[in-house]
Design a protein around this ligand. Structure first.
Ligand code: ATP
Ligand code: MG
Length: 417
């Protein structure tokens, strides 16, 4: 009964001069993700709304196609909400016929057990030649509903009705709809530039990646492993996480770096309790080299203040001071329960909780330093012969991989822009 989906957008509506660029990115992302979802729907942008339409306009979407659209559109950053809709000619007869066609299914659950269905009609008219005004459309359609179900089975509530029938009358068509679904909001992925996410197999860093995508960042990923001290499953798990995250954007690259050699140096030459902070500083330095060569404007981590020893304010400051890059920590104020809630809703949680050792746990100290000053960390690093050479070699080695170890959904598409 529906041949289109009306998509409403979020914050980008207030973006002034940049608006066109944001809309272009949003529509490109929608085309790409719909295509990836196996859908060949048309995407059109008409004054403040985006319309996803059945490629063949005479046909309606099947239930399966509608579900797929829901599944894809709830992953499009920048969209606020969407509604399956029937597009018809902008004339009252066609509008009435469409509302009559879908009303029984919408009202049925509310009329069960002799209940009265509480509803409202919301009409908007941008076609000023249309003979009826919005209020008149609403009154006329409310009459049609009374005719269909009987006046004593219905109640109108303009504030809090569980059923809202929407009508939009435009110049080229009218749309009628009844259900509305939430989309994630935020900004279209890619509209804020590119970032490099330090992606571990934990719960937090995939959530951090998601939060940055939601702010419009195209994200690439960098993971550290310590083969042979960590098993291949540790990287496999991160690959799966990157694939899930790439379901929200044009696929970002996944860079894999083996830190084991440098960790052995740190183990053999530096103070044991400082290892965790030294690993983290090394990770950031390598990330900084990769970010510079791949044009990423910031490094993102899933750190939260106070979560573990390496995440005290003092240690975070010491870790930060290893590089000059902008470091973003979107979860810095999150509780673990908040991270878990987001991880569940974005589909990464179940993968994150599969047990696999992390690079950071290799040669981990029994009692890690919680307050290592910057100068002390530098002194430890000076004990490692050719420390700078280690970092630049690891950057080169990592970039020599194609960045798609974690091969990401295939079939890039021509609708990219
Ligand atoms: P958890 O959910 O267990 O906290 P986590 O990913 O947050 O997982 P932490 O030990 O808290 O793990 O690490 C803090 C941050 O450091 C991570 O969010 C991630 O950004 C980065 N990090 C840690 N280990 C790695 C790794 N092996 N590869 C890449 N980044 C890592
Ligand atoms: Mg964490």
């Amino acid at each position: 009964m529906y041949n289109a989906v009306i998509c409403r957008y979020h914050e980008i509506a207030i973006k002034g001069n940049n608006r066109r660029e944001f809309e272009r990115q949003l529509i490109g992302n929608m085309r790409y993700l719909l295509h990836q979802g196996g859908l060949d729907s048309k995407v059109r942008h008409i004054r403040g709304r985006i319309w996803v339409e059945k490629a063949c306009p005479e046909e309606d979407f099947s239930a399966g196609e509608l579900n797929l659209h829901r599944e894809v559109l709830r992953r499009v950053f920048g969209l606020e909400s969407f509604s399956p809709a029937k597009l018809v000619k902008p004339e009252m007869d066609s509008i009435t016929r469409a509302v009559r066609a879908f009303a029984p299914e919408i009202f049925a659950p509310h009329l069960k057990d002799g209940n009265r269905a509480v509803f409202r009609i919301r009409a908007r008219r941008s076609n000023k030649d249309f003979p009826l005004r919005s209020k008149e459309i609403e009154i006329l359609l409310a009459g049609v509903m009374e005719e269909l179900f009987g006046p004593d089975r219905l109640k109108i509530d303009l504030e809090n009705a569980p059923i809202t029938i929407g009508v939009e009358v435009r110049d080229e068509f009218a749309a009628v709809f009844a259900e509305s679904f939430d989309a994630p909001g935020g900004l279209p992925a890619g509209s804020s530039g590119r970032v490099l996410v330090l992606l571990s197999g934990g719960i937090d860093s995939p959530v951090a990646a998601y939060e940055m995508m939601k702010r419009g960042c195209q994200t690439d990923f960098l993971t550290f492993h310590s083969a042979p001290y960590t098993p291949p499953e540790s990287v496999d798990k991160v690959r799966r996480l990157a694939e899930i995250l790439n379901g929200y954007q044009y696929p970002g690259k996944l860079w894999c770096c083996n830190l084991a050699g440098l960790q052995r140096e740190i183990r053999d030459r530096c103070v044991e309790r400082d290892r965790t902070v030294l690993y983290r500083r090394a990770m950031l330095r390598i990330a900084s080299g990769i970010a510079a060569r791949t044009k990423c404007g910031a490094i993102v981590t899933g750190e939260a203040v106070g979560q573990v020893a390496s995440q005290t304010l003092k240690n975070m400051a010491t870790i930060d001071s290893a590089v000059k890059d902008l470091i973003l920590r979107p979860l810095c104020g999150y509780d673990k329960t908040e991270s878990i809630r987001v991880a569940e809703s974005i589909g990464t949680y179940r993968t994150s909780i599969i047990h696999a050792p992390d690079s950071c746990t290799v040669f981990a100290p029994v009692s890690p330093a919680t307050s290592l000053p910057e100068r002390a960390a530098e002194r430890e690093e000076e004990k490692i012969p050719d420390y700078a050479g280690w970092i630049s070699r690891l950057v080169d080695e990592t970039l020599a991989g194609d960045g798609n170890d974690g091969k990401i959904p295939s079939g890039d598409c021509e609708t990219r822009n």
